[in-house]
Design a protein around this ligand. Sequence first.
Ligand code: ADP
Length: 444
Amino acid sequence: SNLNHPLKNLRGVKSTTVRNIGELDLAANSLLNKLIRQSLVESSHRVEVLQKDPSSPLYSVKTFEELRLKEELLKGIYAMGFNRPSKIQEMALPMMLAHPPQNLIAQSQSGTGKTAAFVLAMLSRVNALELFPQCLCLAPTYELALQTGRVVEQMGKFCVDVQVMYAIRGNRIPRGTDITKQIIIGTPGTVLDWCFKLKLIDLTKIRVFVLDEADVMIDTQGFSDHSIRIQRALPSECQMLLFSATFEDSVWHFAERIIPDPNVIKLRKEELTLNNIRQYYVLCEHRKDKYQALCNIYGSITIGQAIIFCQTRRNAKWLTVEMIQDGHQVSLLSGELTVEQRASIIQRFRDGKEKVLITTNVCARGIDVKQVTIVVNFDLPVKQGEEPDYETYLHRIGRTGRFGKKGLAFNMIEVDKLPLLMKIQDHFNSSIKQLNAEDMDEIE
Ligand code: ADP
């Protein structure tokens, strides 16, 4: 059914492998973040800029007015509640709107304003009176394409004659149809068909080409090649823009192949630390004692909002059922749910309608729920071979130094897992105090 799914070639692979990959689905995570994001993600780092021509002056803007945008576009931006450009937009927008157009590769974590930036660039370059595709944006999935389209529609609310069309599977347009919409957003496979097989898009007329979520894109079989084939058919004066939340070497190689003579902008991610987190552990004789220990601290964890992590979906489900049966109000964020369902649970949690969320690692990976002050590791994160998974521990519990609140973390430890905890303590060089679950006064 889902032909673009990264799992399509994995039939016959052991089911555990498939499940792990599925849970780590980058595109789903990215969508989830978009669905729950309400505001910009802050960063204390400086934006790093590498200009293709280092001798040309470097402009940055502090206001949207400085960009001399079309009146109706500026109105759209303000109607979205944007007062001033985000950190990345301060540097990226002047480059993107320069004459002649400049190419750009930009990397910053999700939520820093990349989408808003390239949507603004597309809307400012489009000519509403010309009725053919002028801007082309590639996204890794159908759902992500729709999300970007929504931003175009919001920001372009007052650009009345500008229209968006989705080149996504399921949107069947007869060969040779005369497309009058100016902005096309789609997935690489379908866009490729629309350009070459169905002759719906004349690539030589495209002025702005955007490749969004490059890291997710290259993770999907075939999408890099499709994207490169599309890019090769664009005119040399077409502006080419690439965005990515992460920048491993593989993304970088791809970016360099597909974006000629780029400027490069990077905003480093805020690092996680355990500095402001008080960490405790409760030693439990057996697995079943962990539940009792959790109940004992339950009163303290519900003072704020808490996330309880389990190592497997099964464990998470079991724990949820137990707690509900004991009359506690908890909700389960599970990988079996659709992205929309997950987003709605996270939203309820963010709105404070739920106080305790039970989940597995991967489900909550990369999702920032700022107000979480208490984290419980019902199971310690481990790697195969019974080594602690340090990175996951940090992801669950760590907060960014400047923007994160103080927090509390509890680890429920079976006796035989104590060495793992000690390794974690040594690794981070931070102390994890033992807590007697019967005597909660010990929590400072
Ligand atoms: P990214 O593409 O990097 O994930 P987005 O462009 O989606 O980031 O922006 C993240 C959130 O911040 C969105 O809710 C968006 O509406 C909002 N946003 C973007 N730019 C601004 C701005 N200049 N001022 C206020 N909010 C903004």
